[in-house]
Ligand binder design. Structure first.
Ligand code: ZN
Length: 252
């Protein structure tokens, strides 16, 4: 057993030596926004599949809404489709970003095949390491929504309700995969919240920072936004038509 372990350790060391410091994985999986143009343009991917992987009892409720919001901004002439699969993630306590990435690449396939772009939305049991976080985007094609935390974020008067919060968080994280706000480009409009980088300063945008925190019920009362605002849409349109330059794109 000891010998076996040593061999594995040696091989791992040799492999990481070949590739340098984890560079290969990062390049393939990218950062949130790294597949923004792959969605916004149709040059390479004419089709898109949104995969929802959920633990038993954690069924996503915003699948159609996410599809609608992506169709509103992305160029997919051969369509956007939804695939939902129940998965036993084998973790139901605390999730790190690495756990989310590992689970997605274990249970899902590549983000890019010859004609189709694949994005993955995970709905595990349990919470993020910081349990005030309701959702995370962890690489160019992967997000997770923590429904246990979404339900706990509902305030006592249930306005907004946990369903509304889940819808908003789902679209919010999809927005990060589209590069919002300023993740892989620089907006000509001053609408990024300096105190919460990567987020909108408009509380009527789904990209407002508080949407993905458990304070959402206290900070936004009444109707939660689940749409991108005019500034977000202007950024996405500029990225799509090339007037806004994008960095860190992982597709050829
Ligand atoms: Zn966010």
């Amino acid at each position: 057993m000891k010998h076996y372990f040593m061999t594995i350790l040696l091989m791992t060391t040799m492999l990481s030596g070949c590739f340098g410091d984890e560079g290969v994985f990062e390049e393939e999986r990218g950062i949130p926004g790294g597949l923004a143009l792959a969605c916004l343009q149709d040059d390479k991917f004419q089709k898109m599949k949104i995969h929802f992987l959920y633990e038993d009892g954690y069924d996503p409720i915003a699948m159609d809404l996410v599809k609608t919001r992506l169709q509103e901004v992305c160029d997919k002439p051969k369509g956007v489709s939804i695939l939902a699969d129940e998965v036993d993630f084998a973790i139901d306590t605390i999730w790190s970003s690495d756990d989310v990435r590992d689970a997605r690449w274990k249970h899902g396939d590549d983000a890019m095949d010859s004609q189709t772009l694949h994005w993955y939305f995970l709905f595990p049991a349990g919470t993020y390491t910081d349990d005030s976080v309701l959702g995370v985007a962890v690489d160019a094609s992967t997000i997770a929504i923590f429904k246990d935390s979404v339900e706990a974020a509902e305030n006592i008067i249930q306005r907004p309700s946990s369903e509304e919060i889940e819808r908003a968080v789902s679209v919010h994280e999809a927005g990060h995969l589209l590069g919002l706000v300023n993740l892989v480009y620089e907006s000509p409009i001053d609408h990024e919240d300096p105190d919460h980088p990567g987020h909108s300063n408009n509380d009527n945008s789904v990209m407002y920072w508080a949407i993905e925190t458990n304070d959402v019920g206290n900070l936004i009362t009444g109707n939660l936004p689940n749409t991108f605002d005019a500034d977000d849409k202007s950024d996405l349109a500029g990225m799509a038509d090339g007037t806004i330059e994008c960095s860190n794109q992982i597709w050829p």
